[in-house]
Structures are given as structure tokens and as C-alpha cells.
Design a protein around this ligand. Structure first.
Ligand SMILES: Cc1cc2nc3c(=O)[nH]c(=O)nc-3n(C[C@H](O)[C@H](O)[C@H](O)COP(=O)(O)OP(=O)(O)OC[C@H]3O[C@@H](n4cnc5c(N)ncnc54)[C@H](O)[C@@H]3O)c2cc1C
Length: 446
């Protein structure tokens, strides 16, 4: 047999084996039941790691990936990174329950710059996250645009930010020829959140990142003296009081909507909890519907003046959308059931007012997920805790964390590896604003 035939056969068998391993649940695994394809946490965490990342959502895995990328250039010996995820089915993780939108239309330069980078990252995703001998990543990026409708009063505000957006977040750019034109269709639209999460995870794992299933509990960190948190994270096994201590130098809190809770734990010295990390789960519904006469392929991700939003879901007359409630009508976040009356009474009438053909839509389904909501100013918190320099946070992106995850992960990894933000100046997203009580207002919040 010629050698290339057996090599090809070997590769094919290898791929088949991987597919089987991806599809068949890990027998006797601690968490039991079905796991998403490709998720195989190590049965036990290692005894020690340089960095423990709490939370295996898109932000946590992005941080882990970038740590390995940056470590390669600057250290002779690899950095041991461990991602801890308490629910490998991701049943409540924001990432997989999101609407998948990406836009350049923000009002803060930091958010615009993160979106800029993310759009190019998604376009070149196989350059960044491709793994040799694995199928290429199809992120299903639909560059159909993102359209904010504005009332006459709000139009001036939107117009003011267009110049900033067209300059990529840098204010010193000459006025654009079309003042109301956003940066262009090609960097806005939507993509598949699951694919991005899995691509980060697969690549990071291939670079040597460890992962395990378990819960990190803040109160167990202990040892808070001298401006550093404990050198030992206790990782609780699922549904068990059993825990495994993991000695580590740095902890990254990427626990999404639960990032604030992680630092609220009883038993932590009180001054360490001040200011509190103002990140909470806020329940948001996504409804899906069918409407054969609805807007066609050229329809962008649309945000109406009423606050409702929708986008196409495929090409067969299906759509998805929703609306954030006013602050005083926030639904109970303790569970993720869907209030179908909310669609009938609040969302549908507004949608039909904007798109008359939606009067005859047929609801197909719905789900609820959590915004990782920063109650202080709706922006991510990125950086080291003011009194614990080895505890860093990357959370609280409040409805835009999926699209900003490539840039946020890189920024956090730069802080860890190089001690400062290098690619983008994101210092204003740090803790200082929480301490000083100075919110960083973002007008483009959906
Ligand atoms: C309905 C909806 C629509 C959205 N639409 C968009 C959109 O169009 N565009 C966009 O950019 N963003 C959108 N978002 C926001 C986006 O999904 C989030 O900002 C982003 O996914 C946050 O990622 P994350 O990794 O921080 O959080 P998650 O994906 O929630 O991951 C955090 C993980 O941490 C784990 N965890 C928590 N505590 C612990 C612990 N103590 N120990 C171990 N593990 C722990 C959790 O189990 C979870 O899996 C939307 C969100 C929702 C809910």
C-alpha cells in the first residue's frame, strides 16, 4: 500500500474517532447526562495552575485562549491555565442564549474599538482559532447590517456618534461625507454564538489549556492578606460537598451574570467587597416566529424606537427578537421560564406597528437567558480588583459581551502577561470608575 494511502486512512479514522468521542456522552462522568459536542472536561482539576479562570463561557475561554497566545511569545515555559465551569451543558450561560448580534454602533470609543477588532477577528476566525486536522470553523456570520431607528429627538444623539464610529472610535477624524451613515454593512450583523464558544474552547484546549467541571466559591478563597487573594482556589465537584484545592497565582473572574455573586460571598473581609461588583443576572426573553411575508434577505438586525429588536433567523421566513423591559418591570431572575404574555402584550404590538406584515406572524418558540447586567453603567468591568492585584475581572458586558469577547479576552490576557493593556487602551473599563462613582455612559444599549 502506498504510504500516502495509509496516511490518509489514518487521518480519516482519526477524524471519525474524534466525531464519535464528541457525540457520545462521557461514560461515568461526574456530571452525567448529555454534554454538548466536544465538551470533555478533565475529571479532576490539576493540583496547581498559574491562572484559574472561573467561568467557561465565551469570555472565560477567550481569556484562556489569549493567555496561551501571548505566553508563547514572551515565556520560555508555558503558563498553566485552568478553566473551571460548573455547568458544562451551558443550560443557563448567557453566551448560548444570546441573539448573536454584532455592531459598530456604540457611543464609547472603547466599545467601538472592541467591536472593530471583533469584526475582523470573526472574518479571519480560521486564522486565529483553526486547529490543524480539524474541520474549518463556520461562524455563520451574516453581515446584513444593524439598524437603529431613531425618533427626531434621538436622531441628533445618534448622529453625534457616527463620526466616532466611522473613525473606529478615534475622535480626531474629519467629518464623513454621509453624516448619518454608520460604518457599513460588512462589520455588522449576527453570527452563531455556540460556534464561537466552541471554537475558542477547542483552540485553547489544543494549546494546552486545562478545564474541569466544578464550582469556585468565593468564601473558600481565604488568605486575603497583603493585597493578594488566596493562592488556593477550592473547586467544588458538581452536586457534592467534595472539593479539590488548586494552588494558583492568579484568579480571573469570568463568571458572567454571576460575577458579582462570586465576590459577595459571606466570609470575605468586608472592605474587600467595597465597592461591590455591580453585576447581576437580568432575565431577557427571545421569541422566535414565522412570517412568510416578513422583511426579506436584505433586512438588517433592527432596533426599533420602541426598544423592540428583531432579525432574520435563516432564510425561510423565520425571525427572532425581543425587548428589554423598563427597570421597574424587570422579571424575577430566579428562574428562566418564559412569560408568553410579554410577547402578546408588549413585543408583538410594537413589532407590528413597525412591520405591518408581522401582524400575521406565527410564534414558533421562545427562551429566556440572563444579561450579565452591570447595574452601574451597562459596561464590562475589565481589570484587577483595587485591593487584590491577583484577582482580575472580565464580566458585566450587559448584552454586548458575545461580540466583545475576542477583544475583552485579549485585553485581560495582556494585563496578566504584560501588566498593561497594549492593543487597545481599555483602562476606563477598570474598577476605578466603580470606586470613584463615575459611570461610563454607553448610549447604545439594547
Ligand atoms: C437574550 C440575550 C441576548 C443577547 N444578545 C447579545 C447580542 O446580540 N450580542 C452580544 O454581543 N451579546 C448578547 N448578549 C450578551 C452576551 O450573551 C453576554 O454578554 C456574554 O455571553 C457573556 O459571556 P460570559 O462568558 O461572560 O458569560 P456566560 O456565557 O454566562 O458564561 C459564564 C459561565 O460562568 C459559569 N459560572 C458562574 N459562576 C461560576 C462559578 N462560581 N464557578 C464555576 N463556573 C461558574 C456559568 O455556569 C457560565 O457558564 C445577549 C444575552 C442574552 C441573555
Amino acid at each position: 500500500q502506498p504510504p500516502h494511502v495509509s496516511a490518509e486512512l489514518g487521518q480519516t479514522l482519526g477524524r471519525l474517532g474524534q466525531t464519535l468521542r464528541d457525540q457520545v456522552p462521557a461514560a461515568g462522568s461526574a456530571w452525567g447526562g448529555w454534554l454538548p459536542p466536544g465538551i470533555h472536561p478533565d475529571p479532576r482539576p490539576p493540583d496547581e495552575a498559574d491562572v484559574v479562570v472561573v467561568g467557561g463561557g465565551v469570555v472565560g475561554w477567550s481569556v484562556a485562549y489569549w493567555l496561551k497566545v501571548l505566553e508563547g511569545r514572551f515565556r520560555r515555559h508555558g503558563m498553566k491555565v485552568l478553566v473551571v465551569e460548573r455547568d458544562p451543558t451551558y443550560s443557563r450561560a448567557s453566551t448560548v442564549l444570546s441573539a448573536g448580534g454584532i455592531r459598530q454602533q456604540f457611543s464609547l470609543p472603547e466599545n467601538i474599538q472592541m467591536s472593530r477588532f471583533s469584526a475582523s477577528f470573526l472574518r479571519d476566525i480560521n486564522e486565529y482559532l483553526g486547529v490543524p486536522n480539524e474541520p474549518p470553523i463556520d461562524i455563520q456570520f451574516q453581515p446584513s447590517g444593524y439598524l437603529f431607528l431613531a425618533s427626531l429627538e434621538d436622531a441628533a444623539e445618534l448622529e453625534a456618534t457616527v463620526q466616532l464610529q466611522r473613525g473606529g472610535g478615534h475622535p480626531t477624524v474629519p467629518p464623513p461625507p454621509l453624516p448619518m451613515s454608520p460604518p457599513g454593512l460588512e462589520d455588522e450583523g449576527w453570527f452563531d454564538p455556540w460556534t464561537l464558544l466552541n471554537a475558542f474552547r477547542r483552540k485553547a484546549t489544543s494549546l494546552g489549556v486545562h478545564n474541569c467541571c466544578g464550582e469556585v466559591r468565593g468564601e473558600e478563597w481565604g488568605g486575603w492578606a497583603q493585597g493578594v487573594c488566596s493562592h488556593c482556589s477550592q473547586i467544588y465537584m458538581p452536586d457534592s460537598l467534595e472539593y479539590q484545592p488548586v494552588a494558583c497565582s492568579i484568579v480571573v473572574n469570568a463568571a458572567g451574570a454571576w460575577a458579582g455573586k462570586l465576590l459577595e460571598a459571606e466570609g470575605l473581609p468586608r472592605d474587600l467587597c467595597q465597592p461591590p461588583l455591580p453585576i447581576q443576572p437580568r432575565k431577557r426573553y427571545v421569541f422566535t416566529w414565522h412570517c412568510p411575508d416578513g422583511p426579506g434577505l436584505s433586512c438588517p438586525f433592527l432596533v426599533d424606537t420602541s426598544g423592540t429588536y428583531f432579525r432574520r433567523d435563516g432564510i425561510a421566513g423565520n425571525y427572532l427578537g425581543g425587548m428589554s423591559p423598563p427597570e421597574e418591570e424587570e422579571p424575577d431572575p430566579s428562574e428562566l421560564s418564559v412569560d408568553h404574555d410579554y410577547f402578546q402584550e408588549q413585543v408583538w404590538p410594537r413589532l407590528a406597528r413597525r412591520v405591518p406584515s408581522f401582524e400575521s406572524l406565527r410564534v414558533r418558540g421562545a427562551w429566556a437567558g440572563y444579561y450579565d447586567y452591570n447595574t452601574f453603567d451597562h459596561n464590562g468591568v475589565l481589570g484587577a480588583h483595587p485591593r487584590l492585584e491577583n484577582l482580575l475581572v472580565a464580566a458585566g458586558f450587559s448584552g454586548h459581551g458575545l461580540q466583545h469577547s475576542p477583544a475583552a479576552g485579549r485585553a485581560l490576557a495582556e494585563l496578566v502577561v504584560r501588566g498593561r493593556f497594549e492593543s487597545l487602551d481599555l483602562r476606563r473599563l477598570g474598577w476605578a470608575r466603580l470606586e470613584q462613582g463615575e459611570p461610563l455612559r454607553e448610549r447604545g444599549v439594547v
